[in-house]
Design a protein around this ligand. Structure first.
Ligand SMILES: [Zn+2]
Length: 58
């Protein structure tokens, strides 16, 4: 699994290289939290497939 992910940040309004802020093993797969390097925006993916709006509580 990569430690970086190129994706458009909706807050910055341009593509950014997100970094992997955290990862946790779950029954659904590996849950990874990605974070924009330039703002507070982040999101969560599970096994590189499921996107959710990230909240630290998720
Ligand atoms: Zn951003």
């Amino acid at each position: 699994m990569s430690l970086e992910l190129d994706r458009e940040c909706p807050v910055c309004g341009e593509p950014k290289t997100f970094y992997r802020a955290a990862a946790m093993e779950m029954h659904l797969g590996t849950k990874v939290k990605w974070h924009c390097p330039d703002c507070e925006y982040g999101f969560v993916r599970i096994d590189d497939a499921v996107d959710t709006d990230a909240d630290a509580s998720a």
